[in-house]
Design a binder for this molecule. Structure first.
Ligand code: ATP
Ligand code: MG
Length: 427
């Protein structure tokens, strides 16, 4: 794509005044970080728009990372020239030439004179620009109502902008503008989508994952880390807390209440996640629950499970169909990882007939009967391993060092990506 500029349209955020300025500033900072590997690109902001003057940097390499910036509704590749009629006509011809139009295409020019001293009105511009184009490209047929190709020409006092392609942006609220939440991230299809949805609403997300090593394999954990890395493509970086859950699970299983096992595990998870949220200033928990999907996600189960936390429990997928969730996971890039067949800690203890209508009093009694449960929860928090992941973080898994102790040096983040010459990332 041979263009001079990328124009970013910011969301029609229903916000005015200071809040709007703050939101736009967050998007601007996000985009600036993405441009770190593109030193020739220059960035400027106007009301509701960001302009990236490429200065020769390749647009194609920027499109993908930019499509993951929340708060941007459209990405528009633009050809730029001086605001003079002959220049504009020539550029328009060159631009359409580069599109290699071969079959009949309906077309119009939408001119806009922003610079009022320009000698041709918006209306005149349409005609003056389209006429020579129609002569040069016989495939073009005028259709002013619903054209396949709409060449937009914006004449400003310092330059003219020409574009015809408007690529969709990620939309939503800019990163972290609505606070921070703790996402319960399993290796399944749902929770990564829930995390992405929360991020798209402007939440900064930290992930918490419960593993049952050595009952669950390192591969299972690696998969979750890879999933968190995909989420980090949208935020630049993501913190993940890996919580050892083996002892707690074993203890819960010892209660001999097979059909309540999932309820008990979920409650323990939420309790730990709440402690981690409080320690990390997160004000809500996010899960991938979808109503009715499995036994632990009936309304009765959600009710008994959710009682253990006073934090708001956000369930972005609660009313979505599985197929909608799958479609989203494919779109955001987590699906292929999610379907890798590694076990989750919960799958180890799936009872034959999990309670779909657990009784709160019974559940609380079982928990009371388990000696030292609170201490175990606290210990799990103490032994949690936290990592910061970036899209290109290299994680080394050293199988032979996996001793199960909390502070073993299993994960070793490599050098910042910039040093490796990877572009379009945050460093
Ligand atoms: P998912 O695809 O997210 O695993 P699921 O349909 O398999 O969802 P469950 O296994 O019932 O659902 O889990 C419900 C929610 O509980 C998950 O979406 C996730 O938020 C949380 N959860 C389950 N297992 C774990 C885990 N090992 N670590 C962290 N969170 C978990
Ligand atoms: Mg799961």
């Amino acid at each position: 794509m041979n263009v001079d500029m990328l124009m970013l349209r910011l969301g029609e955020i229903m916000l005015k005044g200071r809040n709007r300025a703050r939101f736009e500033q967050v998007v601007l900072n996000h985009v600036k970080r993405l441009l770190n590997g593109f030193p020739k690109a220059q960035i400027t902001k106007d009301y509701g728009r960001i302009y990236i003057d490429l200065g020769g940097e390749p647009a194609d390499e920027l499109l993908k990372p930019l499509s993951k910036v929340f708060g941007i509704t459209a990405i528009i590749p633009v050809v730029v020239c001086t605001p003079e009629l002959e220049q504009i006509q020539e550029k328009a011809r060159e631009f359409l030439g580069s599109l290699s139009i071969e079959k009949d295409t309906t077309f119009k020019v939408s001119g806009r004179r922003v610079w009022k001293a320009f000698p041709h009105s918006s209306h005149d511009l349409n005609r003056i620009i389209s006429e020579p184009l129609l002569a040069a490209f016989p495939c073009l047929k005028v259709d002013v109502k619903n054209p396949e190709l709409d060449l937009r020409v914006e004449v400003r006092d310092d330059r003219a902008l020409l574009y015809c392609q408007v690529l969709p942006g990620a939309g939503g609220f800019p990163l972290g503008t609505n606070g921070k939440a703790m996402l319960l991230l399993s290796g399944g299809i749902d929770s990564p989508v829930a995390g992405w949805s929360a991020m798209r609403r402007g939440l900064e997300v930290e992930c918490v994952h419960f593993h049952s090593y050595p009952f669950t394999s390192r591969k299972a954990e690696e998969k979750v880390i890879e999933l968190a890395k995909v989420l980090s493509q949208y935020s630049g970086r993501v913190k993940i807390h890996l919580v050892p859950f083996t002892d707690i699970q074993t203890s819960l299983a010892g209660a001999g209440q097979d059909n309540l096992m999932i309820t008990l595990m979920r409650r323990a998870m939420l309790r730990i996640a709440t402690k981690l949220a409080e320690a990390n200033d997160a004000l809500a928990l996010v899960t991938g629950d979808s109503l009715g999907q499995v036994a632990s996600q009936t309304l009765a189960s959600m009710n008994v499970i959710g009682r253990v936390t006073e934090l708001p429990l956000l369930r972005p997928l609660v009313t979505m169909d599985k197929q909608e969730i799958i479609d989203l996971s494919q779109q955001i890039g987590t699906y292929d990882l999610s379907i890798l067949p590694y076990e989750d800690c919960c799958t180890l203890f799936v009872p034959k007939s999990p309670a779909i209508k657990p009784n709160l009093r019974v559940v609380e009694n079982v928990e009371r009967s388990l000696e030292g449960l609170d201490d175990m929860l606290e210990k799990a928090v103490q032994n949690t391993v936290t990592m910061v992941l970036r899209p290109n973080s290299q994680i080394h898994y050293q199988e032979d060092e996996m001793t199960g102790s909390p502070d073993f040096p299993r994960h070793d983040l490599e050098k910042p990506v910039q040093e490796q010459g990877i572009r379009g990332d945050w460093f």
